[in-house]
Design a protein. Structure first.
Length: 276
């Protein structure tokens, strides 16, 4: 897979947002703002998600370790972000920064190479116009061109594969089934539908029989969200959990028929070898 570069696009009104103004006015507010930005950068590769892996005994401590910040400052920042809807807890080990998705930027390694090469070419041309006696080193340029072409070809192949996948995913049946699945998951977990849509991606279900999966979910009161204990988003997104659904691990157990006989009578019949 081609290497990708990610960056955070900071909007020009970022510091004018009420929540950020409020955060900065607090004692240590500038530090808290930096922590917020660091958390966003940490989540870029996972499209705004932060995962608690259990390295530390609490989420905020693990984040403090990851971004090299004071634990108490990170803890305060996380509490503030949650209260102001800038950080959402999806499940026990997963958090989501909703603003990251719309501010996420990325490019492939080949695109970066081309951009860097063009910048170097501009510099060479500028230097050549100032000092005409200097001769550019054509061998190194040729080598760079060749490497760029190779990277571009690799990316073209990857993009071609993606296009094929997208065509398969865009069939009417798949689209309809996937929409149904998202709606079922949102109702079962109690999560907002837009949040569910930002978490689950069609590509993760391209090898899954969605019709069968939906049927299996309907056979379980737990997965359908009809019990007091609700399922988590992981029940529907983690491959091991999906496999358990197909294996009927969550299927409701059939109710035993009442015979109208007392326990003592049934035990006596069993002792006599009779089938109840």
């Amino acid at each position: 897979m081609a290497k990708k570069y990610f960056w955070l696009k900071l909007k020009d009104d970022f510091f004018q947002q009420r929540a950020i103004k409020k955060l900065r006015k607090l004692a240590g507010g500038d530090t808290f703002t930096i922590i917020y930005l660091k958390l966003q950068l940490l989540s870029l590769k996972d499209e705004g998600r932060l995962y608690y892996e259990g390295v530390e005994d609490q989420f905020f401590k693990e984040m403090a370790l990851a971004i090299d910040e004071d634990e108490s400052n990170v803890q305060f920042t996380i509490i503030f972000l949650e209260k102001n809807n800038l950080l959402e807890k999806i499940v026990e080990d997963e958090y989501f920064l909703p603003t990251v998705v719309e501010n996420l930027g990325s490019e492939s390694a080949s695109a970066k190479r081309v951009r860097d090469f063009r910048e170097r070419q501009k510099t060479l041309h500028c230097n050549a116009s100032i000092t005409p006696m200097l001769q550019p080193v054509t061998n190194s340029n040729t080598e760079i061109d060749r490497e760029i072409d190779e990277e571009i070809e690799k990316d073209k192949e990857i993009e071609k594969d993606k296009e094929i996948d997208n065509k398969n995913l865009s069939t009417i049946n798949f689209k309809n089934d996937f929409l149904r699945l998202k709606d079922i998951i949102a109702k079962a977990t109690g999560l907002d539908l837009m949040l569910v849509e930002s978490i689950i991606k069609p590509v993760a279900y391209r090898e899954v029989d969605l019709n069968l999966l939906i049927a299996k979910i309907s056979e379980s009161q737990f997965l359908s969200g009809k019990l007091e204990r609700k399922p988590s988003i992981n029940n529907f997104t983690v491959k091991m959990m999906i496999d358990k659904i197909f294996a009927d691990a969550y299927k409701d157990k059939p109710k035993t028929k009442k015979t109208g006989k007392s326990k003592a009578e049934r035990e006596l019949e069993l002792l006599k070898g009779e089938v109840v």
